[in-house]
Design a binder for this molecule. Structure first.
Ligand code: UDP
Ligand code: MG
Length: 319
C-alpha cells in the first residue's frame, strides 16, 4: 500500500486563468477529508503562464506535483500520463476548469468504500453554461457510440471519475495509443458505480476543445471501440449490388417485352454512377480510417514526451 491515499489527476492546457482557483478549491476540499493526497497537474504543452503558476504553487506545497509535456499531446494522453505517474491507492480524474466540482470527490470516496467499488464514475445530471450545439453533439455522440460499440459505455459520463489501484494498474498495462479513456475504463470491468453531479460552468477562460479536436476525439473513439463501420460498409456494398441487379432485371424485362425506353435513360445512368461512386468512396474512406489507426499503432511512438517534472522523484524512462 502506498503512503498516498488519493491522487488527483488534472490535465491542463492553457489554463492560467483557472489553475489557482482549482488548486485552492481542491486543497480546501481535500484537507477536510483528512486523507493523504497529491495533486498531479499534467501541463499539456501550455503556451501561457500555466507552467509558471504551477511552479510557484509547487514551491509552497509538496502535495502539488507537475508533469510538463514537450508539446500539446491532447487531453486523453495527459490523463494517461497522470495515471501512469500517480502514487495513490485511488485516483480521481478531473478537468482543471472546475466544471467537475471538487466537492464531489469525498462522495466518490465514500461510495467506493461503502459499495466496495473499483470505479465511481460521474454522471452529468445537468450541464450549465454549455452551448446548445455542444450539448446536442455530446448527447448524439454518446448514443451513437453506444449503439456501435462492442462494449456498453455509460452515457453522459465524462472522464470525471475515481479509480482504484487495481484499475489504475490494469489501465497502465494497456498498450494501445490514442486511448479513449472512459471507454477503456468501463471495458476493464470490476465493480463500477455511478455518482450523479451537476456539471458546472467553466470557471474562466474558453474551451480547449474546438470543433476540430472534438471531431478527432469522436472519430478516434468510434474507430477504437467499434468495427461496425466496416460491417456497415459491407452492408452498403451488398445493398448496391442488389440495387444493380434489380436495375438489370428491370432493363431486361423492358428489353424482352420490346419497350425501348431505357436507351434514353441518361438520368438513370448518372444516378447509378453517382450512387455507386459514393458507396465506393465511403467504403474506401472507412477502410482508410482503420488502416490509419493501425499505422499509428505500429509506429509505436510514445503517447507523450515529458519535458519537466516538479516535486516528483525523477523518472528514468522518458515516456
Ligand atoms: N485539455 C488538455 N489538452 C488539450 C485540451 C484540453 O489537457 O489539448 C484539458 C483542459 O485544460 C481541461 C480539460 O482538458 O482541464 C477539459 O478541457 P475543456 O474544459 O476545455 O473542455 P470542455 O469542458 O469544453 O469539453
Ligand atoms: Mg471544460
Amino acid at each position: 500500500m502506498s503512503e498516498t491515499e488519493l491522487s488527483i489527476v488534472i490535465p491542463c492546457y492553457n489554463e492560467e486563468l483557472v489553475i489557482q482557483e482549482s488548486y485552492k478549491r481542491l486543497t480546501s476540499v481535500l484537507k477536510k477529508t483528512g486523507v493523504t493526497y497529491e495533486l498531479l497537474f499534467v501541463n499539456d504543452g501550455s503556451s501561457d503562464k500555466t507552467e509558471f503558476i504551477l511552479g510557484e504553487l509547487a514551491k509552497a506545497d509538496a502535495c502539488l506535483k507537475v508533469i510538463s509535456f514537450s508539446k500539446n499531446f491532447g487531453h486523453q494522453n495527459s490523463v494517461s500520463a497522470g495515471l501512469k505517474y500517480c502514487k495513490g491507492n485511488y485516483a480521481v480524474i478531473m478537468d482543471a476548469d472546475l466544471q467537475d466540482p471538487p466537492e464531489v470527490i469525498p462522495e466518490m470516496l465514500r461510495i467506493s468504500k461503502s459499495e466496495n467499488a473499483n470505479v465511481v464514475y460521474g454522471v452529468r445530471q445537468s450541464r450549465k453554461g454549455e452551448s446548445f450545439f455542444k450539448l446536442f453533439t455530446a448527447k448524439l455522440f454518446y448514443r451513437i457510440l453506444n449503439r456501435l460499440s462492442e462494449s456498453t459505455i455509460p452515457v453522459d459520463t465524462g472522464d470525471f471519475r475515481l479509480v482504484d489501484r487495481k484499475v489504475i494498474d490494469t489501465f497502465n498495462k494497456l498498450k494501445e495509443k490514442n486511448k479513449y479513456i472512459r471507454g477503456l475504463i468501463s471495458w476493464i470491468g470490476f465493480k463500477q458505480c455511478p455518482v450523479n453531479y451537476t456539471r458546472e460552468e467553466r470557471f474562466a477562460g474558453t474551451t480547449k476543445f474546438p470543433f476540430s479536436k472534438m471531431f478527432g476525439f469522436a472519430t478516434n473513439s468510434m474507430l477504437y471501440f467499434s468495427k461496425k463501420p466496416l460491417k456497415f460498409a459491407i452492408l452498403m456494398g451488398f445493398f448496391s449490388i442488389c440495387l444493380g441487379l434489380i436495375y438489370l432485371a428491370v432493363s431486361l424485362f423492358f428489353w424482352i417485352s420490346g419497350v425501348r425506353t431505357m436507351v434514353s435513360g441518361w438520368t438513370s445512368l448518372i444516378v447509378v454512377i453517382v450512387f455507386f461512386g459514393g458507396v465506393q468512396l465511403l467504403t474506401i474512406g472507412v477502410l482508410g480510417q482503420y488502416i490509419g489507426v493501425l499505422f499509428d499503432e505500429i509506429k509505436e511512438r510514445p503517447e507523450f514526451i515529458v519535458s519537466r517534472t516538479i516535486n516528483m522523484e525523477e523518472q528514468s524512462e522518458n515516456e
